[in-house]
Design a protein around this ligand. Structure first.
Ligand SMILES: NC(=O)c1ccc[n+]([C@@H]2O[C@H](COP(=O)([O-])OP(=O)(O)OC[C@H]3O[C@@H](n4cnc5c(N)ncnc54)[C@H](O)[C@@H]3O)[C@@H](O)[C@H]2O)c1
Length: 256
């Protein structure tokens, strides 16, 4: 959902964008929506698995062949599995959380950002023209999930769904990666920052929305479009002197 918004923001700024995803159908759908913002010649697509260095390198190779310079990398991909409230044993809970889910989610959300930064950041750094790496974290990069938000009526404590441990670990890890990259390539003009969105309203159930918005001073969840301005700022020279920072856009929740 947010990947399209980031692309729309960059298209509005005049960039040519390359949408990447593991799903061809998602890429086609995103391109169709984004055609409202720019000529499709400025909207390229590439199937890419961020958890596979070979897949990323293949896409990077294509850019080199097409003489397409990458100025900005947005690390946005993540896996946020839907909670199965019917389960007898709730698999999102720490006690039951499987090593397979841990490895899969970390591979996409954290290792994926490292691998993409390694491949595309190295290209940006190599020709001396610099660039920008933007890591999409979350307000949960700076505070813990409030697990009361996810409670469902009629379930025993062991069946209550929770925000999984991977989410906190991945998002906090992305802030560490952001800072590391910010100093690593500073001398060649590759800046790295993070954007930490708060929850976007996407038809979540009323109880959840009421509980969450009671924790947000602005009194509402975000709309998907509301992060566009920050993406434009962080990916342009408007933020030329910002490096290694995490912009938290959470309606004021972390200010409480
Ligand atoms: N939606 C929110 O409320 C919210 C809030 C804070 C942070 N975020 C963060 O923003 C980002 C986008 O969130 P979203 O809600 O749009 O999520 P989403 O699930 O709609 O999009 C994630 C995308 O990642 C892709 N993906 C999964 N595995 C991949 C892989 N191996 N290689 C390449 N692509 C892969 C999926 O196909 C999907 O298109 C995530 O990092 C998320 O954690 C979202």
């Amino acid at each position: 959902m947010l990947g399209r918004e980031h692309a729309a923001a960059l298209l509005e700024s005049g960039a040519t964008v390359v949408l990447t995803d593991i799903s061809h159908a998602s890429l086609m759908a995103a391109r169709a929506v984004l055609a409202a913002y720019a000529d499709t010649a400025r909207i390229k697509i590439a199937i890419m698995d961020v958890s596979s260095r070979a897949s990323i390198a293949e896409v990077a190779e294509r850019f080199v062949t097409e003489k397409l310079r990458i100025d900005v990398l947005v690390n946005n991909a993540a896996i946020d599995p839907k909670v199965n409230a019917e389960a007898i044993v709730e698999t999102s809970r720490l006690e039951n959380f499987s090593i397979e889910q841990w490895e899969l989610q970390v591979a996409v959300g954290l290792t994926g950002a490292f691998l993409c930064s390694q491949v595309f950041g190295s290209l940006m750094a190599a020709d001396g023209k610099g660039g920008v790496i933007l890591n999409i974290a979350s307000d949960l990069s700076v505070f813990a999930p409030d697990q009361r938000l996810y409670r469902k009526d009629g379930l025993s404590p062991e069946q209550q769904p929770v925000k999984p441990v991977t989410y906190s670990v991945i998002k906090a890890g992305l802030i560490g990666l952001t800072r590391y990259l910010a100093t690593y390539w500073a001398d060649v003009g590759v800046r790295s920052n993070a954007l930490s969105p708060g929850g976007v309203y996407n038809g979540q159930d009323d109880k959840f929305v009421t509980r969450l918005t009671s924790l947000i001073p602005l009194g509402r969840m975000a709309t998907a479009e509301e992060y566009r301005g920050a993406v434009q700022f962080l990916c342009s020279d408007a933020s030329a002197y910002m490096n290694g920072q995490n912009i938290i856009m959470d309606g004021g929740r972390s200010a409480l």
